[in-house]
Structures are given as C-alpha cells and as structure tokens.
Ligand binder design. Structure first.
Ligand code: COA
Length: 396
C-alpha cells in the first residue's frame, strides 16, 4: 500500500478548493439557471473566492440544445454567474460531459493560462416527455443503432446478455448492484432515491429491456454540481488543505457496439484507467473509494472489471456477497454517493458530482456515508456505451 506522502504528482499541479452539488431528482420548480447559481456560488463560497477570481468556466452539458433549444452555454452561464470577461466553454461528451469539462479545466490550469477556474455540470431532463428524452439520449449512439430503434437500456441489455452468457452472471448478480447503491443513496441527503430496496424488489420490478428491469436502470433526473480548481501556486497561499487531482485521463472507442471487438469490456475505460494509474504512480489497490459509472447495473460489473478492481468474471460473486458496500472491509467502497443508480443521473452533472462526492469523502465530511480513513479516490465516467471514458484520481 502506497502512503499519501509517497504518491508522486508528475506533471499535475491542480487543486480542488471548492465543491458543491444540488440534490438530484425531479426538480420541477427549478430552472437550469437556478441550479447553476446554487452550485457555483456554493463552490465559490467553499473556496473563499469571488466571481472576479474565476479566469474560465467549463460547462458540462449534453441535452440543453436538443431539449431546451439553448446552446452557447459557456457565455450563457458566464453572464448568469457574473464572470464578466472570463473565458467560457461548453463541453459535450454524452454522459461523460461533466468529467470532460473537468479534464479540460485541469489542462487549462496546467497550461499556465488560468490560475483559478470553475467547472459546472448541469442537466434538466424531467421537464420533457420521456420519449423525447430517450431520443435525445440516443444522440450519443451510432447512426446504425438509432436506425435500428435502439435505446440505451436496450444497448446495455445486450451487454448484460453477453456477460451472462460468457461468465454465468445472473439476474441476482445485477440486482445486487442496485441493492448496494440504493442503500448508499439512502445515506446521502443529495440523492434522488432515499429508500433502500431489496433484491426481490429489483427482480420483480417491471422489465425495461430484458434482462434489465426498472430498478436496474439509472433514472431521468435534474441536477447540477460544481467545482473550483486552482494552481498549486495559488493554493500555497491558502490555509485550507487542498484535494489534489493526481491524474485526469480520457480515452475513446467506437460509438456503436457493432464495431467493438469485445462486448464484455469497455476498452476506453481500461485505457483511461491504465494511464491514470501510471500518471498517479499507484495501483488500484491504493484506492479507498470509487465513484463509477453505473448507468445500468451491468455497467458497474463491467467497470469493476475494466478498472482492474477484480478479474473478468469475478465482480459478480463479490457483489453478491456484499463486497464494495460501506462498512464491509477489506474491499474498496464503490459508489458511496449511491451512484447514478441511486443518487440520480442528470447527464452533464454526473461526472462533476462524482468528484464532489470524492472531495467530501477525502475531507472526511461525508457524514453517514463516510468511508473511514479515505485518502485516495477514483472517479470513472462513461459517455454512451463506452465511446468515451474519463478517469480522475484524487488524493488528500
Ligand atoms: N430507478 C428507480 N426508480 C425509478 C427509476 C429508476 N431508474 N425510474 C423511475 N423510477 C420510479 C419513479 O420515481 C416512479 O416512482 P413513483 O411511482 O413512486 O413516483 C416510478 O418508478 C415510475 O416512474 P416513471 O418515470 O413512470 O418510469 P418510466 O417507466 O417512465 O421510466 C426508465 C423508467 C427506466 C425507462 C427511465 O428512468 C429511463 O429511461 N432510464 C434510463 C435513462 C438513460 O438511458 N440514461 C442514460 C444512460 S447511458
């Protein structure tokens, strides 16, 4: 086990000094502007800085153009937040939009052009008809998949079927992910779903895309999350202990499943994670908690295997025995926030919220869901069925 002092930070000189999230859920009476204001002002307050300190704003969002007819989100939110004259960018990478925005923010600081920047992830989905949301989400798939009438639950159901055939994974194994993540969500005041669920409830909930049921799916959600990042130089003048980003890696693969060599792994996750471990100079065994992309229960199994937490085919058995749950040492705790499954999945906000959760955990401020002694956390965010994967590693 590497201790914190032994972790080298090659090339990475970025600290997170502010973090904030809204509660996720069906937020009918709140606008995207109000969501953004809540979290960006919250993160700036946390950081102890003013709007004029922000040199650039990075906005992660997928659907505002398709569903809300509002593009040009960089300038839109810069104006709203009083970042007059700051550089502002919208970053889109499907469900990975939020963490891609963070990746760009990290690189902007490393470039030396900006000292302090804000990252905002925001999405408003529940104001729209479910069929319009499903169609808009399929903008992240390939044209063949759209022409064939596929939806994301359907595409992940294909991945689940293949995993079942190749590794003997069962419906119960998938359901164990939902049970664990809804339990964690029940401890999170910001989650969409606050009640624990049983395995029986998952198995008996209605089919969405066989073998996936309603409770195997992440929901349609509204929400926002924000971070304030600064250079090490600026951090050095502050009293508060920083959280360091020690790796930020992105990898891509084919948009469509038909072009993949394997349907039991997401190659982009493997690539991004391998590079992140190398840059951070640590191994998966050094990670105390993981916020990973469980848009559907099968996605958590795939991610556990592709991030190297378990060997291929081994995640299911461990999940069934209750591993990766809070308080169940010795395994790493996975999705203490409740994940996408229990905390909710407002697309562009998710990747930023994952990092807000890790910041709270590393500060020891996660309350009832605190991972004891957490020093190193990993965030894993996926766009589409694995066309984009982003891995961040954070340390205190
Ligand atoms: N998990 C748990 N509960 C859920 C849920 C979910 N994913 N989705 C809805 N619910 C609950 C609702 O809160 C509601 O409960 P209530 O009756 O107590 O209020 C009930 O189930 C019915 O909700 P409804 O909105 O009518 O469900 P739906 O059938 O229209 O939609 C899904 C369910 C699974 C189809 C929808 O959530 C979905 O499309 N999820 C996937 C989103 C997606 O593809 N994201 C991108 C990932 S790559």
């Amino acid at each position: 086990m590497t201790t914190n002092s032994e972790i080298s930070l090659p090339g990475m000189k970025v600290s997170i000094i502010g973090a904030s999230t809204t509660t996720f859920g069906e937020l009918w009476d709140v606008s995207p502007r109000a969501l953004a204001r809540e979290v960006v002002i919250g993160a700036m307050k946390d950081a102890g800085i003013m709007p004029q300190d922000i040199g650039a704003l990075f906005v992660g969002n997928m659907l505002s153009g398709m569903l809300g007819s509002q593009e040009h989100l960089g300038a839109f939110f810069a104006e709203e937040l009083g970042f007059h004259g700051a550089a502002a960018f919208k970053i889109e990478g499907a469900c990975a939009s939020g963490s891609l925005a963070l990746h760009n923010a990290v690189n902007a600081i490393i470039s030396g052009q900006y000292e302090t920047v804000a990252v905002l992830g925001v999405e408003k989905m529940t104001d729209h008809r479910p069929e319009d949301v499903a169609t808009a989400l399929m903008g992240a798939g390939s044209s063949q998949e759209r022409a064939a009438g596929c939806t994301f639950p359907g595409l992940y159901a294909i991945l689940a079927r293949v995993h079942m055939q190749e590794y003997g994974t069962t419906r119960e194994d998938l359901a164990a992910v939902a049970v664990k993540n809804h339990f964690h969500a029940s401890l999170n005041p910001h989650s969409q779903f606050k009640k624990p669920i049983t395995m029986e409830a998952v198995l008996r909930s209605h089919a969405v895309a066989d073998p996936l049921t309603l409770l195997d799916c992440s929901p349609i959600s509204d929400g926002a999350a924000a971070l304030v990042l600064t250079s090490d130089k600026r951090q050095a003048t502050r009293d508060k202990k920083p959280i360091s980003i020690i790796a930020s890696c992105v990898s891509t693969d084919s948009l469509g499943l038909a072009q993949r060599d394997s349907l039991t792994e997401l190659k982009a996750t493997k690539d991004a994670a391998t590079r992140a471990y190398k840059i951070a100079a640590l191994s998966v065994k050094d990670i105390d908690l993981i916020e990973l992309h469980d848009c559907f229960t099968i996605a958590e199994l795939l991610a556990l295997e592709d991030l190297g937490v378990t060997k291929k085919g081994d995640a299911a058995g461990l999940l069934r025995r209750g591993a990766f749950t809070l308080g169940r040492a010795p395994h790493v705790v996975v999705n203490p926030s409740g994940g996408l499954k229990g905390c909710g999945h407002p697309i562009g906000a998710t990747g930023v919220k994952q990092v807000v959760e890790i910041v709270e955990q590393l500060r020891g401020a996660a309350g009832a869901r605190q991972v004891s002694g957490a020093r190193v956390g990993l965030a894993h965010n996926v766009g589409g069925t694995g066309a984009t994967a982003v891995v961040h590693i954070l340390a205190r």
